[in-house]
Design a protein around this ligand. Structure first.
Ligand code: ADP
Length: 330
């Protein structure tokens, strides 16, 4: 449904988007994740034909963004970071106005306005002035204008930014419910957004794609060989946890051993390996050869947050901390 090929945007001094390529299949919901300034908005503005690329190209629903921008625009619903609403208009009026700009008229226009109001849960307030709505409702109106012409693709720039937790949940549910009918790309600099809403993630940093995968694969990929959970039990009785810990620490390639649970008869440790070292086999051997039972040995799944940090480095870390402290640029 979307194919991006070497897309690039240079400003005078900055390369905001640097030769990015990716594909999005029909009906997928994809998270475009990256710290502020990574190039997300610039990419979205190019895909929606609001900005001309410096290089590369993309197709949306089979139409080229450079050659056939009008066809592309017909097939895209776009929700920019700040919803393009007119505060002095009533919701119904505004949606009708947007529908007309998108080429709808007559009974079709009326039924699409009804549908969008219903779908985005603003039907009961459609006669209200937009300027008097809460931010959460305004965002719903923003989504309603994006779907009014029933586009194949929805491009949503930071759709939950600035909302309170309840509004965030409602907006996420709404976006997920739209995924059946539309292919969706949403951008975010907040990690839970992706793991809770999307099937796939494209991570962008400094204009370059640093990872693209399904959310679950990415978690697995980044964790392999890095960290394992091991449960050890004493044969027929008590167990000396510190003896197990010492044994695990002596294994070549092991960088850290953390006690996770410490019982009379069994202990659980998290064993971290030095980067690039696979230690699972040695851990299993060490436990069994010491006369203990190996109850469980499995990779520890990294949170998407850890993966994001591994891929994008300390800069993103500072960003996440700022967000966690409530100081992020929402
Ligand atoms: P994101 O959406 O991921 O926060 P943006 O796409 O807004 O990132 O910005 C990417 C980079 O391009 C940033 O370094 C930003 O400062 C720069 N940039 C964006 N728009 C312009 C512009 N109109 N002129 C110059 N630089 C810009």
């Amino acid at each position: 449904m979307i194919t991006v090929n070497g897309l690039t945007k240079r400003y005078a001094r900055t390369t905001a988007v640097d030769h990015i390529s990716f594909e999005v299949q029909r009906g997928q919901i994809v998270g475009f994740l990256g710290p502020n300034g990574a190039g997300k908005t610039t990419t979205m503005r190019m895909l929606t034909c609001f900005l001309t690329p410096t290089g590369g190209t993309a197709t949306v629903a089979g139409f080229d963004i450079l050659e056939q921008p009008l066809e592309v625009k017909k097939r895209i619903g776009y929700l920019p970071e700040t919803p393009p609403v007119y505060p002095e208009m009533r919701i119904g009026e505004y949606l009708s106005f947007v529908g007309q700009i998108k080429g709808l008229s007559g009974a079709n226009l009326r039924s699409r306005v009804d549908y969008a109001c219903e779908r985005c849960a603003v039907a009961d307030v459609r006669n209200k002035i937009i300027g008097k709505l809460s931010k959460g409702y305004r965002q719903r109106v923003g989504l309603a204008q994006a779907i009014i012409h029933n586009p194949d693709v929805l491009i949503l720039d930071e759709p939950t930014a600035g909302l309170d937790p309840k509004q965030i949940n409602e907006t996420r549910d709404l976006i997920k419910s739209l995924a059946g009918d539309h292919t969706i790309i949403l951008s975010t600099h907040i990690l839970p957004e992706v793991s809770q809403t999307c099937e796939r993630v494209i991570i962008i940093n400094r204009g370059k794609i640093v990872a693209t995968d399904s959310v679950s694969n990415l978690q697995q990929r980044a964790s392999s060989g890095e960290s394992v959970l091991v449960e050890v039990a004493g044969r027929g009785g008590s167990l000396d946890a510190s003896a197990v810990q010492r044994k695990l620490e002596q294994i070549a390639g092991v960088s850290r051993v953390l006690a996770k649970a410490d019982g009379q008869k069994r202990v659980i440790f998290e064993v971290e390996a030095a980067k690039g070292r696979a230690v699972r086999g040695d851990v299993a051997r060490a436990v069994v050869e010491s006369g203990w039972d190996l109850n469980e040995l499995r990779p520890t799944a990294l949170s998407l947050e850890e993966i994001f940090l591994q891929l994008t480095g300390s800069e993103a870390h500072a960003e996440i901390e700022a967000v966690a402290a409530g100081g992020g640029n929402q």
